[in-house]
Design a binder for this molecule. Structure first.
Ligand SMILES: *[C@@H]1O[C@H](CO)[C@@H](O)[C@H](O)[C@H]1NC(C)=O
Ligand SMILES: *[C@@H]1O[C@H](CO)[C@@H](O)[C@H](O)[C@H]1NC(C)=O
Length: 525
């Protein structure tokens, strides 16, 4: 007996050194082990006895009584079983013993009531993992050689599969576990505080059991339940809230769900749950929200509700056609409003007022697009095309714009700083840009400019020239050459007159003579 033990130990220690020092030298190792094996006479009951020791150890491990076990001895036993070609017996024994314990665990979990149920699952899962770790250490040699060469499931993975099939998929646990988890999520969504750490641990168990287990057995039903929850939520809300309040409510779960994922779900679930919320809370209600009576987008536009519109923009941009819808409604409203403005005979009575209103509307929408619509280029385009549309509905628009300039340059700009003058001129050029009949504008502009120049009524020569330069940038040299000719004539006249007075100082006391030399073709007749 002691002789056999000695031989076996010798094999053990020798092989250990072979494994650890000659892992790469397969030939040598095989040769050495073969040489020893032939000398060993194995007791026929050897395998049963050794397995009993290991089986007992597994029981003790699951019973939390492992402190008395010698891992070195157990390792050696498992090692020898494999070495003596009892790998099958060891492996099958492991499966049977672990299954037995998992069934025991299963029964105790089934009996748990209320909140103890999920807590017990968590605790038993932790126990099982610890046991699995110890068992894997003891059976490491089997894991590396026998399992690898027979292509069986490695001990750790085997432990997970057995847990999955015997505990998580047990008929009395599976549905109950899922419902418990979904119920906890529901509680949290409706404002209760739940044990997030416990959630995290149990859901992590699904992840540890494999991506498909997490996805099929938790994530999928979770997403379905979430869709149902937010469907009901959004229905209730849309019946009772105005548009602004609804948008505030829709914003919240987007933040909360991302937070939930961070706390206890797989990071890959974030995009999925987010798109569920987007669909149920936003996409399904885009039309209804935008057109809500007394609180929809038109109401927000009329009342400059930047915050609400900004919220609508950032929520709607998440869903297909969301922004297009906002833009279309804004465009339609703008065109209607603009059309009324330019075709109302009352409002056309005062050209200066008429243009000022247009500029005010333009400023208003510029600000809305800037503050609420993220300076979206497509919105700016819509604004530009709307103005182009309605400004040209009134054939007198070119004349009115010129009259507006005339008013500003005669008196309106007196005492206005240089930068502000420039700003006003830019706005005029902007309106000019929208005009289809630019020639009509030029015709009026020339007349009005001529009157200003000849009567010396213009407030600022710089402003006049500045505007010409801006128009030139818009339309090219051809467009403004005659206008510039008028300026040249004015300067020539001025210089001539100055020269005249300089050579006749006696005349400066008498009545003033004003002579203007005008080039034919440059001036309106
Ligand atoms: C725990 O282990 C010790 C020593 O290994 C043993 O004597 C004892 O019977 C075990 N207890 C249980 C409850 O199995
Ligand atoms: C809209 O018109 C303004 C003023 O004419 C112009 O500056 C801006 O570039 C235009 N926006 C787009 C997107 O075309």
């Amino acid at each position: 007996m002691s002789n056999r033990f000695f031989v076996i130990s010798l094999v053990f220690w020798f092989s250990i050194s072979v494994i650890f020092f000659n892992m790469s030298n397969q030939k040598k190792r095989n040769f050495q082990i073969e040489a020893f094996k032939q000398r060993v006479v194995v007791d026929p009951k050897y395998a049963d006895k050794t397995w009993k020791i290991l089986e007992h150890a597994i029981h003790e491990i699951y019973n939390h009584n492992a402190s008395g076990l010698s891992f070195e001895e157990l390792y050696r036993n498992a090692y020898n079983m494999v070495l003596h070609k009892y790998g099958d017996k060891l492996y099958n024994g492991l499966v049977t013993t672990m299954t037995f314990h998992l069934n025991e665990i299963c029964k105790s979990i089934e009996e748990a009531q209320g909140g103890a149920f999920i807590e017990l699952i968590n605790r038993k899962w932790n126990d099982h993992n610890k046991a699995l770790q110890m068992i894997r250490d003891i059976l490491m040699y089997m894991d590396r050689t026998y399992i690898s060469s027979t292509k069986k499931t490695h001990v750790h993975e085997l432990g997970l599969h057995l847990w999955r099939d015997n505990v998580v998929y047990s008929s009395k646990i599976q549905t109950r576990l899922l419902n418990t988890l979904l119920d906890l999520v529901h509680k949290e969504r409706t404002g209760e505080v739940i044990d997030r750490l416990l959630m995290r641990n149990v859901i992590k168990m699904f992840m540890d059991l494999g991506e498909s287990v997490y996805q099929e057995d938790f994530e999928k039903p979770f997403l379905e339940a979430s869709a149902e929850f937010y469907k009901v939520e959004s229905q209730g809300c849309i019946e009772s809230c105005d548009c602004g309040d609804y948008l505030k409510k829709a914003e919240k779960p987007l933040v909360e769900e991302v937070e939930r994922v961070a706390h206890y779900l797989d990071a890959k679930s974030e995009a999925k749950i987010t798109s569920v919320v987007e669909r149920e809370m936003i996409a399904n209600h885009v039309q209804r929200l935008v057109h809500m009576e007394n609180s929809g987008l038109v109401n927000m536009l009329l009342n400059d509700k930047y915050e609400d519109m900004g919220r609508m923009y950032s929520l709607f941009r998440r869903v297909a056609n969301g922004l297009v819808t906002i833009r279309d409604v804004m465009t339609l409203h703008l065109r209607e409003m603009g059309k009324q403005l330019v075709t109302d005979p009352e409002k056309s009575k005062d050209p200066v007022e008429f243009v000022q209103r247009l500029l005010d509307e333009r400023d208003k929408y510029d600000k809305i697009i800037n503050m609420a619509f993220n300076n979206d280029k497509t919105f700016q385009n819509a604004l530009n095309s709307s103005f182009e549309y309605f400004l040209n509905l009134n054939t007198r628009s070119p004349e009115f714009i010129s009259l507006f300039v005339d008013d500003k340059l005669r008196k309106g700009l007196k005492g206005v700083g240089e930068e502000d003058v420039d700003l006003i001129l830019d706005k005029v050029v902007m309106l000019f840009r929208y005009l289809q009949e630019k020639d009509v504008f030029e015709k009026y502009y020339k007349q009005h400019l001529a009157k200003r120049l000849l009567s010396g009524k213009t407030v600022s020569d710089d402003a006049e020239r500045n505007l010409i330069v801006k128009l030139k940038t818009e339309c090219g040299y051809q467009f403004t050459s005659k206008l510039e000719g008028m300026f040249t004539d004015m300067k020539t006249s001025h210089d001539t007159l100055l020269g005249f007075y300089n050579s006749h100082p006696e005349l400066s006391e008498g009545p003033t003579l004003v002579v203007q030399v005008l080039t034919t073709g440059s001036w309106p007749t």
